[in-house]
Design a protein around this ligand. Structure first.
Ligand SMILES: *[C@@H]1O[C@H](CO)[C@@H](O)[C@H](O)[C@H]1NC(C)=O
Ligand SMILES: *[C@@H]1O[C@H](CO)[C@@H](O)[C@H](O)[C@H]1NC(C)=O
Ligand SMILES: *[C@@H]1O[C@H](CO)[C@@H](O)[C@H](O)[C@H]1NC(C)=O
Ligand SMILES: *[C@@H]1O[C@H](CO)[C@@H](O)[C@H](O)[C@H]1NC(C)=O
Ligand SMILES: *[C@@H]1O[C@H](CO)[C@@H](O)[C@H](O)[C@H]1NC(C)=O
Ligand SMILES: *[C@@H]1O[C@H](CO)[C@@H](O)[C@H](O)[C@H]1NC(C)=O
Length: 934
């Protein structure tokens, strides 16, 4: 029964230029539907749009910094050849060369597709064989068998980081090259066989029975929103085609979402009493001699059956039932049978579909996909280390062998790096030697993100600028060599401290402008504080803590008189007072009488805002400085304790991103705080701000919070971070306000931090804090994540959509679909770097992780947001989004249809390796060892 004659893939071909795109974007980032479509080797910076798919192809320079461009040889050019095949990028140097695709969402599924047409670009007439990796995991061997036939490979994997690398590895059988590279996001629910440790590699994806074999029958985007290539498969000697013009619908939890255009056509056996049969042969890989296979058979009834008709059949693999029950496809609904565990070890995979005894109609099938499984258990270097070292590489334009993962595999670790490898956790970068390589510019702030680094050697370069104090936070760092550069300024106090306590060995000789003694070289900083005003938030539940009574007494004793701001150097020299030590309570600010406030505010005429504490009034000091006066009202639900807490905090902390207090008033029952005036209001409803302005606000307010958490000893928890507590001065610089709820987190005395009443504002409160009643610095990180989402989306923390949802849930759901434009504030009119927004959204999601341990620290957040800012700045430099231009597509693969019409078929068993589809150009494409009709 199985011995039917062997038949062949019909190979059709097709595909015109693979093109992708959508909306024009300048460079290395997903477009507005999350696609990245790269024409590898395309010179220049101009992108082009294919006029069939309307997808955008971008040149590859922004994704890779190695290799060289070549045109394919003229003899392989034809007017019909898709533009992406006109040129290639080849990699004569280095074992491993990688493309880096950024701005992805860590943990989501992506489809990646590489295309390769050799075209004798190097004149050697020697098609190469090389390996392809997705990240640090083997994807497939690419075996180019002839110069003309393009090879197309595809994989579906879960991407563990917010970027993915595709690496071509030279295995000694010729120079690797590539023609095109595509990335498509997939919903997490699709292809359930794909998880964090297992990926799929496509062997074949066939569309049975397209009615009219023309180009239109290679189904892809936009007919398939996921842009899979569905290759037509017709065998008129064995199969009849049936079809419908009605749409086939995807049901709710459809795991494959086969497109209607594919599912509207099907085949049945020509002779109704026969079976449908086809097979594929396993294709051993160097790393996996007996690959496991996943088959997905797509079914949809396309005929309206009358009540006395049935179509029911069995699906068999190698003569045994593959799907355990008799099956009837649903009418105009897509459905599929598939295996969850890979089938392995057969010499042939024969699929037979036979009607049950009671079926009145023959079996049908609409489409089939066959994949082999790959393991994705190999983990790369710690992702924070990777982003830091990649930022360093980009900043200093390091060439060397800095390609792919920095530490993995060991044999390809980057020159100059030392890594530690643990069994159960990712590799870490523990040493960086970048001496004597001519580094210019300042010391990258990204070094401070290499959290496991022990040894950093930047000696004998041309580095200038000051030494970042953030390096002192690297607790494992024991050797820092900066000898022989042009660094200036003083050695930051944090580093001095580390040197003094013996934990760090710093070499800084031969830096003529560097001042080793901090006292003698302090430069005076512009210290005059602008006035500011505080918008008072509505506090939902208020509680206080704090050694308020003590402070109160000291306030009372305080002499009035302008001491003005004896401000400590900003950003440095954390004031390390314990809150209830007397010394810290000496207020250095001016004390006002109520009468003076009346004069300053012209009898409390102009109200700037209002909050739980009372009103905030506009005022002018004697010297004309505009100020904001926050006067406590008796009916206020915010008490004396918060007032005092805020006064106390503001007198001891100073940072450019925290509002500063000019003075206070405690005059009889009157209490007031006088702040610097912040004319631009708060960060809420700032719909007219550009993406760069929003990012700047995010970075600056994050720095303010980082200072509270890291620069203050003990750390301070703000506890009421929200958009209305981020104020903007005339230069739109952001400062955090309202410290009424701020708590010192005293590690020595845990009792002091626990408070048994929840404080904060609805929509911003950390669920873990809510559950434990124990606020931590990570509670502020959570609230900050909400603020970041507000900045990205222009929406508020609680949405009526129409049901009440949190912005977190709202954004998570949309981002899971991989569509950033669904989330971004439309008032930005798309004027933003997509990578930058994706990254910011990713940071916001991490900040709002349910478990506090999974949230980053504010230090991490600052570093990541600065990278967002750099991405956005790069976009601005490169001239904006619309620098690409449209060109018409040149693809026209009709020539090979004649081949098909003539009934020539390629015998699968002779076909070459990869799943080759896109070729045609006058030749019959071959189907790898893909399925064959029988
Ligand atoms: C992924 O799927 C494979 C095969 O079903 C299974 O063995 C493995 O445990 C899964 N891995 C994860 C992380 O769920
Ligand atoms: C089903 O019923 C229709 C009439 O309703 C008849 O024409 C047709 O032959 C029947 N088909 C079968 C398979 O019995
Ligand atoms: C599958 O089909 C091939 C080719 O027709 C045949 O040689 C082989 O015996 C079949 N294998 C099984 C397990 O049915
Ligand atoms: C269909 O194929 C299966 C497996 O080859 C076989 O067991 C079954 O008897 C067949 N059914 C019919 C109705 O031919
Ligand atoms: C693309 O558009 C150009 C100009 O509009 C047209 O001449 C050409 O035929 C189109 N190409 C295809 C493949 O449709
Ligand atoms: C590459 O493909 C050719 C043609 O199918 C085959 O002969 C050769 O063995 C393959 N090379 C490798 C390394 O698999």
């Amino acid at each position: 029964m199985m011995a039917a004659s062997r038949s062949l893939w019909l190979v059709l071909l097709c595909l015109a230029a693979a093109i992708i795109g959508g909306v024009l974007q300048a460079h290395a980032q997903p477009d507005n539907i999350g696609f990245i479509s790269i024409d590898c080797g395309l010179p220049g910076t101009a992108s082009y749009v294919d006029n069939i798919t309307k997808l955008l192809y971008v040149p590859d320079a922004a994704f890779i910094d190695a290799g060289s461009n070549h045109n394919i040889s003229a003899e392989f050019m034809s007017p019909q050849l898709g533009k992406r095949y006109h040129d290639v990028r080849s990699f004569p140097d280095g074992t491993r060369n990688c493309y880096t695709l950024r701005s992805l969402v860590a943990g989501l599924k992506y489809m990646l597709r590489g295309t390769f047409k050799y075209g004798n670009y190097d004149g050697l007439n020697r098609p190469p064989i090389f390996d392809l990796y997705v990240g640090v995991n083997f994807w497939t061997m690419v075996n180019i068998t002839d110069a003309d036939t393009p090879v197309i490979v595809e994989t579906i994997v879960v991407v563990p980081d917010d970027f993915v690398q595709v690496c071509l590895v030279n295995t000694g059988s010729g120079t690797p090259f590539i023609s095109g590279l595509d990335l498509r996001p997939l919903k997490t629910t699709l292809y359930p066989q794909v998880n964090a440790t297992q990926g799929l590699v496509l062997l074949a994806r066939m569309n049975f029975g397209p009615t009219d074999i023309t180009l239109a029958d290679l189904v892809r985007y936009p007919d398939d929103p996921h842009d899979r290539f569905w290759i037509p498969w017709v065998d008129t000697t064995k199969w009849a085609t049936i079809s419908t013009t009605k749409r086939a619908l995807n049901i709710d939890d459809d795991k494959f979402e086969a497109p209607s255009k594919v599912m509207q056509t099907a085949i049945t056996p020509l002779n109704a009493s026969q079976n449908i049969q086809f097979y594929w042969d396993p294709e051993p890989q160097p790393k996996d001699p007996t690959p496991g296979y996943i088959g997905i058979l797509h079914f949809c009834e396309v005929e309206q059956l009358s009540s006395n008709e049935t179509r029911q059949f069995y699906v068999n693999l190698n003569g045994g039932l593959w799907y355990p029950k008799a099956y009837s496809p649903p009418y105009l609904q897509t459905d599929a049978t598939y295996n969850s565990n890979a089938a392995r070890g057969f010499t042939h995979y024969n699929i037979t579909i036979n009607a049950t005894a009671t079926s009145t109609l023959p079996p049908l099938i609409n489409a089939v996909e066959v994949f082999s499984v790959i393991s994705t258990t190999e983990v790369g270097t710690d992702s924070q280390d990777v982003s830091a070292i990649m930022a360093i590489k980009a900043k200093y334009k390091v060439q060397k062998n800095w390609m792919g993962d920095p530490c993995v595999p060991k044999t390809l670790a980057w020159d100059g790096l030392t890594c530690s490898y643990a069994v159960s956790s990712p590799a870490r970068i523990t040493g960086v030697n970048m001496s004597f390589i001519g580094l210019n510019g300042d010391i990258s702030s990204s070094f401070a993100n290499l959290k496991a680094i022990q040894y950093l050697d930047l000696s004998h370069n041309n580095l200038s600028g000051s030494i970042p104090d953030s390096l002192s936070q690297l607790s494992s760092l024991t050797v820092l060599d900066l000898t022989g550069n042009h660094l200036s300024g003083s050695i930051p106090s944090g580093l001095l401290k580390r040197i003094q306590d013996g934990s760090l060995n710093l070499n800084y000789g031969n830096n003529p402008d560097l001042c080793a003694n901090a006292d003698s070289c302090q430069t005076s900083k512009g210290e005059s504080k602008l006035a500011m005003y505080i918008a008072i938030p509505v506090v939902l539940i208020v509680v206080i803590v704090s050694a308020a009574a003590l402070i109160y007494c000291i306030l009372e004793r305080q002499k009035r008189g302008p001491t003005n701001n004896a401000v400590k150097p900003q950003n440095e020299t954390p004031v390390s007072h314990v809150p209830n030590s007397d010394a810290s309570l000496r207020l250095e600010n001016r004390r006002f009488t109520y009468k003076e406030l009346e004069t300053i505010t012209d009898k409390f005429q102009r109200v700037l805002g209002r909050g739980g504490f009372g009103y905030v009034y506009d005022g002018f000091l004697e010297d004309g400085t505009q100020v904001a006066v926050k006067l406590r009202s008796d009916s206020s639900n915010q008490g004396i304790k918060e007032f005092l807490a805020e006064a106390q905090i503001l007198t001891r902390i100073h940072h450019k991103n925290l509002v500063s207090m000019i003075g206070y008033c405690k005059d009889g029952e009157y209490m007031a705080l006088v702040y610097e005036y912040m004319p631009e209001g708060n960060a809420r409803n700032r719909g007219l701000l550009s993406w760069r302005q929003r990012l700047k606000i995010a970075v600056e307010s994050a720095q303010g919070l980082e200072y509270l958490h890291k620069g203050c000893n003990p750390p301070l928890i703000h506890r009421d971070v929200k958009a209305t507590n981020i104020l903007l001065n005339a230069k739109l610089e952001a400062k955090i306000a309202d410290f009424g709820l701020t708590k010192a987190f005293n590690r020595e005395n845990d009792n002091h931090i626990s408070s048994n009443t929840l404080v904060g504002t609805l929509g911003y409160v950390d669920p873990e804090y809510q559950a434990t009643m124990q606020p931590t610095v990570k509670s502020d990180v959570y609230s900050f994540g909400v603020v970041l989402l507000e900045l990205i989306t222009g929406r508020s923390a609680i949405l009526r959509d129409p049901e009440t949802t949190s912005i977190i849930q709202w954004a998570r759901q949309r981002l899971a679909r991989g569509n950033i434009e669904d989330v971004v504030d439309p008032r930005m009119h798309g004027a933003h770097d997509v990578n930058s927004v994706w990254k910011a959204a990713d940071i916001a999601l991490k900040c709002t992780a349910h478990a506090s341990a999974q949230r980053p620290t504010m230090t991490d957040v600052v570093a990541q947001l600065q990278e967002c800012l750099e991405l956005e700045d790069a976009r601005a430099e490169n001239g904006d989004v619309n620098s690409g231009f449209y060109t018409s597509s040149t693809s026209d693969p009709y020539s090979s249809y004649n081949t098909h019409a003539d009934g020539q078929f390629t015998d699968v068993s002779q076909s070459s390796t990869a799943f080759e589809v896109e070729h045609n150009f006058g030749r019959v494409p071959t189907m790898a060892t893909g399925p064959a009709a029988r």
